[in-house]
Design a protein around this ligand. Structure first.
Ligand code: FES
Length: 125
């Protein structure tokens, strides 16, 4: 299930109020919070985008699922704080920022906003 959110900003000007519509975001329900235990991940697919969803002690994170080395899925990777280790050849990524932490500079995976609502996990894609 997806929820479309329109952000509308109203600004008062000398000629009256003007509404600006900010680009639409789509929050997609991807799982129940009980489906992902602390310190683990799950791969999801939203509109053809493979996304790795992780749960840490403190939060949920969503990043591109495919490692930039050889396209291994990061979802089953080992989590240590905000770092995931690719299960294939041990490259490390920050799951909050998407940055690759070793081997190459300026490599960054896309990250996605995650919200929890009434026990359901939503991702903004
Ligand atoms: S595929 Fe991820 S480190 Fe090789």
């Amino acid at each position: 299930m997806a929820i479309d959110i329109l952000n509308i900003i109203t600004i008062y000007t000398p000629v009256g109020f003007i509404n600006y519509v900010i680009p639409k975001m789509t929050m997609t329900r991807v799982a129940d919070v009980k489906e992902i235990s602390i310190g683990s991940g799950k791969e999801i697919n939203i509109k053809g985008n493979r996304i790795a969803l992780f749960r840490t002690n403190n939060d949920y994170y969503a990043i591109e699922a495919l490692c930039r080395h050889q396209d291994g899925s990061l979802a089953p990777g080992k989590i240590d704080g905000e770092v995931v280790e690719c299960p294939l050849h041990s490259w490390h990524y920050n799951i909050r920022t998407g940055e690759l932490l070793d081997f190459l500079q300026d490599v960054k995976l896309n990250t996605y906003r995650v919200e929890i609502r009434n026990g359901d996990i939503y991702v903004d894609v």
